[in-house]
Design a protein around this ligand. Sequence first.
Ligand code: FAD
Ligand code: NAI
Length: 475
Amino acid sequence: MSTQFDVVVIGAGPGGYIAAIRAAQLGMSVACIDAWQNGQGGPAPGGTCTNVGCIPSKALLQSSEHYDQVNHHFAEHGIEVKGVSLNLEKLLGRKNSVVKQNNDGILYLLKKNKITFFHGKGAFTSKIEGGWAIHISGTTTADIVGKHVVIATGSSARELPGLPFDEQQVLSNDGALNIATVPKKLGVIGAGVIGLEMGSVWLRLGAEVTVLEAMPEFLAAVDTQVAKEALKIFTKQGLAIHMGIKLGEIKAGAKNITVPYTDTAGTEHKLVFDKLIVSIGRVPYTGGLNAEAVGLQLDERGFIVVDGECKTNLPNVWAVGDVVRGPMLAHKAEEEGVAVAERIDGQHGHVNFNTIPWVIYTSPEISWVGQTEQQLKASGHAYKAGSFPFLANGRARALGDTTGFVKILADAVTDEVLGVHIIGPMASELIAEAVTIMEFKGAAEDIARICHAHPTLSESMKEAALAVDKRTLNF
Ligand code: FAD
Ligand code: NAI
C-alpha cells in the first residue's frame, strides 16, 4: 500500500523546498522528492539555485572580487601587497563547501519541518482515488500518493543547435562554475545575466573574455540609462562585448574552439577560444515527470501551462518556479511556492509580479524593480524622474566605489513610485527599500521623508527621491 500525503512536491529547488516547508507549517503531511546528486551520489537539495546557480556563482563573484581588490584597489588604501597568487583549486573548493552548507541546511530544514524527503526522480503514474500516484526511482524506489502535487522541476541551460554541452570546452552554467585552470581566452555566447556574471568572474581571475550577443541593444530589459552606463563600465574593465552578431558554424577542436561570426556591418570574423560558455537562456525542465501519461498541458516552448494561481490543467496539480511562465528567478519561485501552499490550505496566496526585483551581480551591481523609463515612454504614462550619483555619496567615497547612480521614476500626478533602477555598490541590497515602498504603493515623497542612517549608501535612495521633486540636498 502506498503512503498517502496531503502534498507531494516534485523538486527541491527554491520553488519546491519552500512550498514544502510552508505546507508543513500549515499542518499538512508533506513529501518532497528531489533527484539532484552531489559528487558522492548523495542528495543535494536546493536545485539549480544552490548547486549550479545563485549560490556558487555568488561565491565565485565574491572570491574573484577579492582578488581584483587586492590586485588593483588595495594600493589606493595604502595597503601594499606583494606576491599575490591565485590558488584556483582552493577558490573552487570554497565555492563547493558553500554549496554543501546550503544543501545540508535544506536537508535540516526539511527534517525540522517533518517533511518526508525522497532522493530520486518523481514521475506521475496515474490519477487514483485520493489523489495522484507518484513513482519514485533512482537512489530511492517508492510509490506514494499525493492529494495535491506541486511540480517544481525547474529549468536547464539552452544549447546552441548542433553544439551540445560537453562541460570541457562547451560550457553551460555548470561547467562555467568549474573551470580548473583560468583559460587564456574565454568566449561567452549571450550577454545576458549569466554571460555577464560568469564573464566578470573569469575576467577578474585573469582570462581574456569576449562576449558575443545576437541582439543589437545591450541589456534591452534594463533601463536604457543604466544599460548604457553598464556597457561603458564593463568595456572599461576589459570585457570585449560585441553586439548584434550572427554566429556561424562553431567548431570544437581537440584543444580549442573556433567561433565564426558576422558583425552588424556584415564583416566576417573568426575567434579562437580555449573554452566557450554558452549562456543563451534556459528552458523549462519536465523530463522524467511522465507528464504525457496523465495529460499535463505544456505550451509550445515546454513550460507547464498554469493560470494566475499556478493551477495546471489537472485537478489538484500545481506548478511553480522556472518550469512555468514569468521570470526565472529564485525569489519568484519561492513566492509562488508559498502562495501555492497557502492556496491548498484555502487561503488567498498572492504573488505581486509588479514588484519582483532583479539583480545582476556584476561589479558594480545592477538592480531594478518596476517599470523602466523606456516602458513608461512607450505606454505614454506621464512620469517624473530623479537620480542621484554615488559620486556625491559620502559612504561610497569612503568605500572607494563611486560608480553609478540611483534613479527613481514616479507618477507625474500622484508621485507613486513606478520603478527604481540602480547601478552601483550594493545595488542588490539597496533595491529592497524600493520593493517595500512599491509594495505599499508609496510615493517618492515617502522615501524622501524617511530618515536614512548616515553615512550609508541608502542615502542615495533618499536623495534620488528628493531629486524627483528637484530638491536634492547633497548634489
Ligand atoms: P530549480 O532550482 O531548477 O530546482 C528544480 C529541482 O527539481 C532540481 O533539484 C532538479 O534536480 C529537481 N527535479 C527535476 N525533475 C525532477 C523529477 N522528475 N523528480 C525529482 N526531482 C526533479 N536567480 C536569482 O534569483 N538570483 C540569482 O543570483 C541567480 N543566479 C543564477 C545563476 C546561474 C548560473 C543560474 C543558472 C541561475 C541563477 N538564478 C538566479 C536562477 C535560479 O537558479 C532559478 O530561477 C531557480 O533555481 C528556480 O527554482 P526552481 O525551484 O523553479 O527550480
Ligand atoms: P538571459 O536570457 O539573461 O540572456 C541570454 C542572452 O543570450 C540574451 O541577451 C540573448 O539575446 C542572447 N542570445 C540568445 N541566442 C543567442 C545566439 N544564438 N547568439 C548570441 N546571443 C544569443 O539568459 P542567461 O544569461 O542564460 O540566464 C538564464 C536565466 O537565469 C536568466 O534570464 C535569469 O532568469 C536567470 N539568472 C539570474 C541571475 C540573477 O538573478 N542574478 C543570474 C544568472 C541567471
